[in-house]
Design a protein around this ligand. Structure first.
Ligand code: ATP
Ligand code: ZN
Length: 295
């Protein structure tokens, strides 16, 4: 890491790449990346972005080459189990995107229907350490076959009886005649950092970026709601607002019986909620997105 600038490792291209960049952009950072450019300097704060394969991100952070990284929990946990004593990265913030799960699956018509029926069988995976830990915890005696990819074809090729692979919608499993048996790990994108303190300059960049990231994530889930309410229905109406603390109540010019209610809702506002608000006497209901939040 260069003396004054902090480095964040992101996936170069793939299922994490776009949303990782979108998150940093939502934090007000401009990342102008030329084709094949591996290191990009951010103008707004002393931060450099390093673009690498997702599998390398935990090691870059663990070794302190990068002070931050964004990686799937599946890759993070696999690397942590692989090198438990030499692994020095930790989770700073769950990011919510790139959600998927590491799951066990077996041929639809076959005899494997539960984890217990895996005894004596062979399971193909690119996550041997996560699968190994899962089998050990349940005292299941199965053989782990490590592959580098295309795990879903292993049962058809008769080199394994079942697989342990990433699933999002389940479409790949269905296309290969496989059914899901159980979940080994639920995964989402993580912001990770080294587990030791860094220099004060680097720590301050991390704190600044983390505050912006938290603000962005909070804003994504929140809405600003404005409505008109009859004074005598105010309590019933504010009780319906999802995840709102102390709404602002304002007088309405020329309508002494009505007030305007403004509030930040920290949960999704569904159409059903709006219908209930209207039924309770609210009118002129407006739901607005919130771009940023702090404090
Ligand atoms: P790289 O070239 O960086 O090694 P990759 O091919 O290993 O990329 P991707 O397929 O881009 O990885 O997936 C990156 C991460 O995105 C996964 O490790 C996982 O955390 C997450 N992910 C989200 N949805 C899915 C999905 N449907 N299938 C696989 N991974 C997914
Ligand atoms: Zn990868």
């Amino acid at each position: 890491m260069r003396q004054d600038r902090l480095c964040i490792a992101l996936q170069k291209s793939g299922r994490l790449a776009e949303e990782s960049l979108a998150l940093l952009k939502a934090c007000g950072l401009h990342i102008a990346r030329g084709k094949d450019q591996l290191l990009v300097r951010v103008r707004e704060i002393p931060l450099d972005v390093l673009f690498v394969r997702d599998d390398d991100i935990p090691a870059f952070v663990s070794r302190g080459v990068c002070g931050l990284g964004i990686v799937g929990e599946n890759v993070f946990q696999e690397r942590r189990l692989e090198d438990s004593s030499g692994f020095h990265a930790t989770i700073l913030q769950r990011l919510g995107f790139s959600a998927c799960r590491l799951a066990l699956a077996a041929p639809e018509e076959g005899p494997i229907t539960t984890p217990e029926t895996l005894a004596g069988k062979t399971v193909a995976t690119t996550y041997p350490h996560l699968l190994g830990a899962f089998l050990r915890e349940r005292h299941l005696d199965a053989t782990v076959l490590t592959m580098n990819g295309s795990v879903e074809v292993a049962p058809r090729l008769k080199i394994a009886d079942a697989i342990c692979d990433l699933v999002a919608s389940g479409a790949t499993l269905a296309a290969n005649g496989l059914r899901e048996i159980t979940t080994v790990l639920n995964s989402e994108a993580l912001l990770i950092r080294p587990d030791i303190p860094l220099s004060p300059a680097h720590e301050s960049v991390i704190t600044r970026l983390l505050t912006r990231i938290k603000g962005t994530l909070q804003a994504e889930d929140s809405k600003y709601i404005m409505l008109h309410a009859p004074r005598d229905h105010l309590a019933a109406i504010t009780a319906l607002l999802p995840g709102c603390e102390s709404p602002t109540v304002l007088p309405l010019q020329g309508s002494p019986d009505k007030v305007a209610v403004h509030a930040v809702c920290r949960e999704t506002v569904f159409w059903e909620t709006m219908e209930q608000l209207k039924a309770a006497g609210a009118s002129s209901i407006l739901i607005l997105p919130i771009e940023k939040m702090m404090g």
